[in-house]
Design a protein around this ligand. Sequence first.
Ligand SMILES: Cc1cc2nc3c(=O)[nH]c(=O)nc-3n(C[C@H](O)[C@H](O)[C@H](O)COP(=O)(O)OP(=O)(O)OC[C@H]3O[C@@H](n4cnc5c(N)ncnc54)[C@H](O)[C@@H]3O)c2cc1C
Length: 222
Amino acid sequence: LEPEIMEMTEDVIIIGGGVMGASAAYWLTRMAPGLKVLVVERDPTYARAATALSVASVRQQFSTAVNVRISRFGADFIRNFAERIGPAGEVPSLGLVENGYLFVTSDAGNAQVMREIAAMQCAEGAATEVWDPAQVQARFPWLNTADLVAGSFGPRDEGWFDNMGLLAGFRNAARARAHGSCGPRRPALRCRATASSGSTLPARGASPAAAWWLRPARGPAA
Ligand SMILES: Cc1cc2nc3c(=O)[nH]c(=O)nc-3n(C[C@H](O)[C@H](O)[C@H](O)COP(=O)(O)OP(=O)(O)OC[C@H]3O[C@@H](n4cnc5c(N)ncnc54)[C@H](O)[C@@H]3O)c2cc1C
């Protein structure tokens, strides 16, 4: 770790400043005002971060109710991002474009499952519609629907948005709330090892938000 970081005493250190790390910093500082949070990010360009590479879409069409509920919250949060996160986020809009997701099947049995799942999604507040092939063709004229049995489409709360705006908003708002340091910091590899060993970071808690980048630590770095 950089000497500057080693000298700090934080309540929580989050390793990885992608959308999950920034979101964790935002919610922690929102739920526990005054908490000292440090986000350690090794690449401020986010060139290889999943957040930057993402298609950045949200959908309601999930097969379990809990996931639909999570995504109901997510779509509302994305649509009203500026209001939810406040002016400190410095992001006026995430530009949600609700163009919907289309799932298709050419199997009669799967079409029945599709109808049952759509009914569950609608019971949770989603707007999923199940279409026959003619309806799919009318909406997507370029699609070959010859072998389709059914398609499910979400006409609202599904579409794409500004992924880096989401990240920036969480980060800005967390920074504004944090009493300690909260922002991208550099490296990295030694931080990964010591954080995973749980022995040497000067914090009361460490949250890995570096996703698949993290591998099991073999012990503190030299
Ligand atoms: C091609 C693609 C399309 C996707 N499409 C969608 C979609 O449409 N909708 C959707 O909801 N999800 C989508 N996802 C998934 C979504 O992007 C990810 O779930 C999400 O971005 C993960 O965020 P994260 O912060 O966990 O990871 P990341 O964004 O990868 O952030 C991890 C950060 O940790 C940093 N890091 C790594 N190791 C260290 C270390 N040792 N020290 C310090 N920092 C470190 C990295 O530099 C990186 O910035 C997609 C993903 C991809 C790749």
